[in-house]
Design a protein around this ligand. Structure first.
Ligand SMILES: N[C@@H](CCC(=O)N[C@@H](CS)C(=O)NCC(=O)O)C(=O)O
Length: 223
């Protein structure tokens, strides 16, 4: 039975390409597993959505009888018993997948939300909070520096390419898009290497096509 990946029915331009259904699509492409995409309304959030994802977020997957949210749990579930989570490297790969979420994304996410707050306040007032953004940025770079040192002498984070690389690289894509990897060349190369993979390219093309189709549906509805 094919897996169903839930994402939003539509989103404005700026988060497209970074919505976390991308990491789920990427794993499925790496594994060559077919999947369907279903949508939940962005606004207002529906009760049916909150039953599947208590925080009203995406992605969610349905795999047979199982409904699962949290991309960490989804990636581990999908990678189980595959080359993306081999039993002889299971502990190490899991360690790095969790490091992506809990040590890197935790600080890059905090920095990102301050950046967004500062950008919004620049546009609409009250005054922005540059010191707070700078504090979060330094915090993130301390973590990125440690990761940079590890990636200087290896291609992938935990031995051969694994589900931990999918998680880590997807977390690093936002700092890279905001030019935060310019002083971390090993990390920039790592992201470039991973995102050159055919599975990533296919996942990204399908992810963006979804948003283009959503624009067309919206335009047709408002015509
Ligand atoms: N920890 C969650 C985070 C999910 C998340 O932040 N989803 C975003 C899209 S990438 C979302 O739905 N944001 C809208 C909201 O929080 O209302 C995971 O990894 O699945």
């Amino acid at each position: 039975m094919s897996i169903v990946v839930y994402t939003y029915d539509w989103l404005p331009e700026f988060p497209r390409g970074f919505v976390r259904d991308l990491r789920v699509r990427w794993v499925l492409e790496e594994l060559g597993r077919p999947y369907e995409v279903a949508t939940v309304p962005l606004s207002p959030k529906s009760d049916a959505h909150r039953v599947m994802q208590p925080f009203g977020q995406v992605p969610v997957i349905r795999d047979g009888e199982l409904t699962l949210f949290e991309t960490g749990a989804i990636l581990l579930h999908l990678a189980e018993d595959t080359l993306l989570l081999p039993s002889n490297r299971r502990a190490e790969v899991t360690q790095w997948l969790i490091a992506a979420l809990n040590s890197v994304e935790m600080v890059s996410g905090a920095w990102m939300s301050m950046m967004l707050a500062a950008r919004i306040s620049e546009a609409f007032g009250p005054p922005s909070t540059p010191e707070a953004v700078e504090f979060a940025r330094r915090n993130m770079h301390a973590r990125l520096g440690a990761l940079e040192r590890r990636m200087r002498d290896r291609d992938w984070i935990a031995g051969a390419f694994s589900v931990a690389d999918i998680m880590m690289v997807d977390v690093l894509r936002i700092p890279r898009a905001e030019a935060q990897l310019n002083d971390h060349p090993a990390l920039a190369d790592y992201v470039a290497r991973a995102t050159a993979r055919p599975a990533f390219c296919k996942a990204m093309a399908d992810h963006m096509a979804h948003w283009q189709a959503a624009d067309a549906t919206r335009e047709a509805a408002s015509a």
